[in-house]
Each structure stands twice: as C-alpha cells, then as structure tokens.
Design a protein around this ligand. Structure first.
Ligand code: ADP
Ligand code: MG
Length: 357
C-alpha cells in the first residue's frame, strides 16, 4: 500500500516586507510505499526540509493534498498524525537518563507506567542500547546519542519515521557505520522511513528509492541503480556521482552523434535531430592507444591526455578530445593486467560500451 501520498503539494513562504514570496516546494506529486526506505535528495535550499515538515505537520501546504495511509492530514497538527521526526540536533534532555529521555513523550501522554517501561525496554533493545539505560546523554558517544533520538522517535509506534539529515553532525567514519545501522534498523522495525539528505552517497547506500529535488521540484524518482545508471536530466547526472557530460545530436532511435562527429550507440528516447547531453560515468570508459584499437565499428573519441592522477586503486585521466567541442573526459581504470597506461601528451582513443552511455 501507499504510506505517504503527496498530490500537487506546494509551499510558498511570504517574502520579507514587500519582497516576492519564496516557492520552497512547487507542486510535488509523490507516492511513498509502505515499508520503503525513501530518500529526498538534493542540494541545500531545494525544499527537502520543507517537504518533510509538511508531512510531519510543522508546516501546512499552501496548496495540495497530503495523505498518510489514505487519510488526508494536510491541516492536522503533528500529534494527530501517525508520524514522528528525528532531527540532526538530537535535542535530548541533558539532565534526564537515556530511559527517561525515551519515556518522556509517553509520560506526557499519561500512558500507563507498566506499558511505558515495556515499550522503553523494547526500543532500547531495537537500537542496541541495553545496559546504558541510566546514562546521561553527555556520557554517550555521538552515535549513541543519535540512537537515543531514534528510540525516542520510535517509542510511540509511528507508522512513518521522518528523518532530516540525522547523521549530519557525525564524522565520516561514524556516519558510514550509522548508515548501515539505520538501514538495518528500518528493516527490523518494518515501517516507512522518509529520509532527507544532501549527500548522494548516503542516499544511494541506504534507500529503496530516491527522489532527486531541485528548486522545489522533483526531477526524478527511482531506485538508486536507476537514478545512477539512467539519469533523466543533466542536473541529476551531474548531482549523482562523477559524470562526463558531452553535447550530442540525436541521429535515430539508437544513435546519437557527438560534436566531433563520432556516432555513439545509445537509445536516447528523444526525437531525431534533437540536441541532448550524453552522460557517461568515468568508470564506464576505457582508454586505448590508437594503434592497439583500430576497430572502426567501436564507438570512440580521439584525444590527447592532459592530466594523469594516480588514485591508488585507479588512475584518473583527463583527456581533451579532438573536434570543436572542448571535450574533457575523465577516465578511471583499475590496475588489472593488460590495461595500458598513458602519460601526459599521449594520443588516445576514448571508448565505452554502448550499454553504458
Ligand atoms: P533544504 O532542506 O533542501 O535545504 P528548505 O526546505 O529548508 O531546503 O528551504 C527551501 C527554500 O525555502 C529555501 O529557499 C529557504 O530559504 C526557504 N524557506 C524555508 N523555510 C522558510 C521560512 N520559514 N520562511 C521563509 N523561507 C523559508
Ligand atoms: Mg534542510
């Protein structure tokens, strides 16, 4: 079933005195499935937090409808929605213990003492904080504090958990460990997670599906592999991972032509004669010396090596291609036997598999 459904959701904020209104979220349509780990991904200011806050009930939409498990909630306050939110700042009470922090919300709701104890124990186990129930937040590491925040958000059994850059305050190593932990936690709990991040790697690692946002709009929604391998717009290709972008013209249904005339076999799905941008991942391209690679049937661009950077497990080449276009191609290669190495100034053929373009 559908956990969260947004239809035509728009949020405009009034500008400061006399200034024009800001459209933070612009007519978004989105269905998030029950049990999904769903990420909203995009650069700072693209409207991720505003979208999440409208699902949570901290903001009301200017237009559109928000349904959670079929019920319209667009104008309900946060406590009347079956959702909970985890923020980047954990906002734990420093003078309360781990268990008291987690129990706080239930006690405010006057839930029976025995049930509070039972539910707190259950979520403490879920986030693996057994034995630390009586510690204060400042006696915990950053990762453990984040787990307390998660436990507190899960203790009243939300149907959807909303997370706004919850790992943003952690250093890289801990963040990567917590990514895995969060994903496993989501699988254990089995509820829908809606996760906001500007970090593409984080989104690719954890999500079942990702919505890429820019300027308050959804540019593409899909599984990580779909977004990575078949970005629909130049912005998405550029935002998700390293990409070579080359201007091209559509020849027919399965060929486009680069500016220097090189045909590339790729199904663009665009009409004949249309201009488009070819996006190719650096790891999907290989380099060959011209004399070792004479097969004219292969797609290839000729050029000259401008820069070589050794990266340990790969070598990154910057190649300036021939032709009118100032075509920079960066290539990564593994150190597998048989792979040729090149130096600055070498003539090369840049080639790729048709399927990778
Ligand atoms: P993100 O979380 O992707 O960084 P936000 O949703 O926080 O983006 O913001 C989207 C846009 O809306 C930005 O231009 C931001 O300045 C604006 N905005 C967000 N909240 C408010 C507010 N309360 N009042 C006015 N403008 C806001
Ligand atoms: Mg934000």
């Amino acid at each position: 079933g559908v956990a969260v459904a947004l239809h035509g959701v728009t949020k405009r904020f009034p500008g400061p005195k006399g200034a024009e209104a800001v459209t933070a979220v612009d007519a978004i349509d989105l269905d998030i499935a029950d049990g999904e780990f769903f990420s909203l991904l995009g650069p700072s200011g693209c409207g991720k937090t505003t979208t999440l806050r409208m699902i949570a009930g901290f903001e009301y939409p200017t237009a559109g409808s928000i349904r959670i498990f079929g019920d319209e909630v667009g104008l309900l306050p946060p406590n009347r929605r079956p959702v909970n939110t985890v923020f980047q700042s954990y906002a734990l009470f420093p003078h309360l213990s781990v268990a008291q922090n987690i129990a706080f919300g239930l006690e405010m709701q006057k839930v029976d003492k025995r049930e509070v104890r039972q539910r707190v124990a259950e979520v403490i186990e879920l986030v693996q904080l057994q034995g630390r129930e009586s510690r204060r937040p400042k006696q915990l590491s950053g990762g453990q504090q984040q787990r307390v925040a998660l436990a507190r958000a899960l203790v009243n059994h939300p149907k959807v958990l909303l997370l706004d850059e919850p790992l943003g305050a952690l250093d890289l190593k801990l963040r990567q460990a917590m990514q895995l932990e969060l994903k496993q936690l989501q699988e254990r709990v089995g509820i829908t997670f809606v996760y906001v991040t500007h970090d593409q790697e984080e989104a690719l690692t954890m999500s079942d599906r990702i919505a890429v946002m820019d300027g308050g709009r959804l540019l593409q929604v899909g599984a990580p592999t779909e977004i990575y391998d078949r970005p629909r717009t130049r912005f998405v290709a550029d935002f998700i991972g390293d990409t070579n972008l080359m201007p091209a013209t559509v020849v027919d249904t399965d060929t486009v032509r680069l500016v220097d005339g090189t045909p590339v076999r790729v199904a663009s799905g665009r009409p004949e004669g249309a201009t488009c941008t070819l996006a190719i991942r650096p790891e999907q391209i290989g380099l060959r010396s011209p004399e070792h690679d004479r097969d004219p049937a292969l797609d290839a661009v000729h050029g000259r090596v401008q820069r070589v950077t050794f990266l340990g497990n790969a070598t990154s080449y910057e190649v300036v291609a021939d032709g009118d276009a100032d075509l920079h191609v960066r290539v990564r290669q593994g150190n597998a036997p048989g792979i040729e190495h090149f130096a600055v100034g070498d003539r090369v053929r840049v080639r790729w598999l048709p399927a990778s373009a």
